[in-house]
Design a protein around this ligand. Structure first.
Ligand code: LLP
Length: 404
């Protein structure tokens, strides 16, 4: 069950909102930092997973770098304390404006994904008279055995440069005197659960490609294995901190590297997923013909993962647990939101305790790709962030009956 530091205070907050467990977040970050220091693999937090200012400030203060995929992410990461030189700017479709601004800010490196992009970055570097570090994102044609929407390293995917274009990529880089070849980046997908097998395979592929580049006279100073470490959506309390240890040790073991080569990873989900929950309130318990619906006040606009990927998120009744000691009987519900779409469903045929109007419900493991993917669909407002150590600072709930 989700740990709440002050349930009475939580009840007074206007729902829906994202609840971030700051202790768990700090422990996760500290665990990751310790293994990073031990293995010498640098971590660049993939900002896209969650851009909450407080979380970003904590990460930058702990010395993590950042992986950004838009000009706004680069700018915001710097505003939250990340050093420009520790920022890698990736993304398959960077605009001219984004490239220009990132060059002016002096970010650490560009991860480029096409020959055309190398040329554009080279041109702008020339015009600005600035040297630029370039990593090539490699499409290694590897299947990470995860959801098709988050698979990125196959020939069919739009990402990266594949072996057919390696010679042309090297050739293009050589044409621009201000381009410094920085290294190679491999990211094959997200929510990878077969960590040892999949990353051993990525490393073997990376070893071949790194030697190929070096045999052609390009020194690969940096090797980046991307993100992708999966989290346990079924049992967030059993595995609150993802296995950074296994991940980084697998990479260290299988990646052939010289002491002077720097290794990097870019985890997003693993850093933030388990510390976040979407808290929502039961509006109505509606009996359909064949189903019982728990209508809650959060919708797919707040958390789109179930609707978009059919993703599973654990759902819990907090009120029953904290105020009724879970004495209620079990019931099967479809947990649905108020948005005018049938896809606005957080879970079908879920066994929960008997639930009533006003109960607080937690949708777990929502810290990654939750708040950042929210929309205003149906003109619904954005759910704000509320932190475990500052619950009473959350927006107050109004009692409309009391106002008459
Ligand atoms: N590096 C690159 C180049 C990426 O494309 C991604 C994620 C990451 C790092 C971070 O991956 P992570 O460690 O979070 O797996 N919205 C989807 C996930 C999209 C992932 C996109 N790329 C979801 O909710 O499952």
């Amino acid at each position: 069950m989700l740990k709440i530091t002050d349930f009475q205070a939580l009840k007074k907050v206007e729902t829906p909102f994202y609840y971030y467990d700051i202790d768990l977040f700090n422990q996760t970050a500290d665990t990751a930092a310790a293994i990073s220091a031990e293995t010498g693999i640098q971590i660049h937090y993939s900002v896209k997973a969650n851009t909450d200012r407080r979380l970003l400030e904590i990460l930058s203060s702990k010395g993590f770098g950042a992986d950004c995929v838009s000009g706004n992410e680069v700018e915001f990461a710097v505003a939250c304390g990340f050093k420009p030189e520790d920022i890698m700017f990736a993304g398959v479709g960077k605009t001219d404006k984004e490239i220009f601004q990132a060059l002016q800010m002096g970010i650490g490196s560009f991860t480029v994904e096409s020959l055309e992009e190398i040329a554009i970055v080279g041109e702008y570097a020339g015009r600005l008279g600035r040297r630029v570090n370039i990593s090539l994102r490699i499409n290694p044609n590897i299947d990470p055995h995860t959801h098709q929407y988050v698979t990125t390293g196959l020939y069919e995917d739009k990402f990266g440069i594949s072996d057919i274009s390696f010679d042309a990529a090297m050739e293009t880089m050589r044409r621009y005197p201000l381009i410094d070849f920085y290294g190679l980046q491999f990211h094959i997908g997200s929510q990878i659960m077969e960590v040892e097998d999949v990353f051993a395979m990525v490393c073997r592929k990376a070893n071949q490609i790194v030697s190929l580049f070096e045999s052609k006279g390009l020194v690969v100073n940096n090797i980046d294995l991307g993100g992708g470490l999966g989290v346990d959506y079924d049992d967030p309390d059993g595995h609150p901190i993802p296995d950074f240890d296994v991940w980084l040790r697998t990479i260290k073991k299988h990646l052939v590297h010289r002491p002077d080569q720097r290794l990097h990873v870019e985890p997003g989900r693993a850093m933030v997923a388990q510390c976040g929950s979407l808290i929502t309130r039961v509006l109505y318990v509606k009996k359909g013909e064949n189903r019982r619906f728990l209508m809650v006040d959060a919708g797919m606009n707040d958390l789109i993962r179930p609707a978009l990927y059919g993703a599973y998120h654990k759902i819990e009744n907090l009120t029953a647990y904290y105020e009724d000691e879970n004495k209620r009987k079990g019931r099967v519900y479809d947990v649905v939101g108020p948005v005018c779409e049938s896809a606005d469903t957080f879970g079908t045929q879920r066994v929960l305790v008997k639930s009533y109007r006003g109960d607080l419900i937690a949708i777990r493991s929502a810290g990654a790709y939750g708040q950042v993917m929210a929309s205003h669909y149906n003109m619904r407002p954005f759910a704000p962030a509320v932190y475990s150590d500052r619950i009473s600072e959350g927006p107050r709930r109004k009692d409309y009956f009391a106002q008459q």
